[in-house]
Design a protein around this ligand. Structure first.
Ligand SMILES: Cc1cc2nc3c(=O)[nH]c(=O)nc-3n(C[C@H](O)[C@H](O)[C@H](O)COP(=O)(O)O)c2cc1C
Length: 262
């Protein structure tokens, strides 16, 4: 039975999806913002209800929630990575006006390292319908359909704040579970794209062996069930021979083409 975990009325109205959605629309905070937004944009209330119902039943062809995760200490206009990723996001929104894009700037969020209280919340699956604020990032991640991750290459990987975020979202019972055969992802049929720029070249041997950022992201998202993972990596950005602006323009073009199929 599809269920809206944030909706305090979900348990009373989950028998009929459309009735539940109408009830959800009466709430204007939290996740209901998205639903209300859809109603405003939709041509008719009925059309909106059908779209929302499709979303909850897993038919994501008409409307998707896209989580744009940014991890760079630099402002966007000074970041090669963000210039490419932002261009992709802009093109994606143009091509998919129905979709909701939620931007999560990890530095603005001031994501910290997991502390004792948070670690304890990660040991057991949360109770059904839990709205524990410690798990807010995990729920938000779980509820998205697509992920755009943008982070520069730092010390053979990515900024530590992105790993801190991953520690918040990798939660048993929310993004993965344990089975008799071992751990299994709970986020299947979703997709992710990763944008990165690097000072040197880590796409081809011998230094591709040292590349630990894309490799880790692909692995941990796969662990959560997200196996549709595409990377746009612009290498050699700090080499004097590189025409940085030309490379950025080229990647913006490639990313724009990919926005149509993502
Ligand atoms: C803290 C830090 C660590 C870096 N580590 C590496 C590295 O290990 N290998 C590399 O090729 N480039 C490294 N670089 C260079 C960046 O990857 C490169 O300049 C990138 O294009 C920066 O992206 P941005 O403009 O989006 O911030 C590092 C840069 C910084 C600031």
């Amino acid at each position: 039975m599809p269920r809206c975990c944030f909706c305090p009325q979900a348990k009373d109205c989950s028998k009929n999806l459309q009735i539940r959605v109408v009830k959800c629309l009466l709430f204007v905070n939290g996740c209901r913002r998205k639903l209300c937004y859809t109603v405003v944009k939709a041509e008719s209330r009925m059309e909106a209800k059908v779209k929302i119902a499709k979303k909850f039943t897993g038919e994501r062809d008409e409307m998707a929630t896209v989580l744009y995760i940014k991890a760079n200490a630099k402002p966007d206009h000074l970041s090669r990575t963000m210039r490419i990723a932002n261009a992709f996001v802009e093109k994606y929104q143009e091509l998919h006006p129905e979709d909701e894009i939620i931007t999560l700037d990890l530095y603005k969020e001031k994501i910290g390292f997991l502390q004792e209280e948070q670690v304890l919340k990660h040991l057991e699956p949360p109770a059904a319908g839990s709205q524990d604020p410690v798990l807010q990032y995990a729920y938000q991640f779980r509820d998205a359909d697509k992920y755009i991750i943008a982070a520069p290459f730092w010390n053979l990987s990515y900024p530590a704040i992105l790993k801190a975020y991953i520690d918040y979202i990798t939660v048993v019972g929310v993004t993965f579970k344990y089975t008799s055969e071992g751990a299994a992802g709970l986020l299947e049929n979703k997709k992710a794209v990763y944008f990165v720029t690097r000072g040197g070249n880590y796409s081809t041997p011998p230094f591709s062996e040292f590349e630990l950022g894309e490799r880790y992201l692909r692995t941990i998202l796969g662990f959560m069930g997200i196996t549709d993972f595409t990377t746009f990596a612009a290498d050699d950005m700090d080499r004097s021979a590189t025409d940085v602006e030309a490379v950025i323009a080229d990647y913006i073009d490639k990313a724009a083409q990919f926005a149509a199929e993502f």
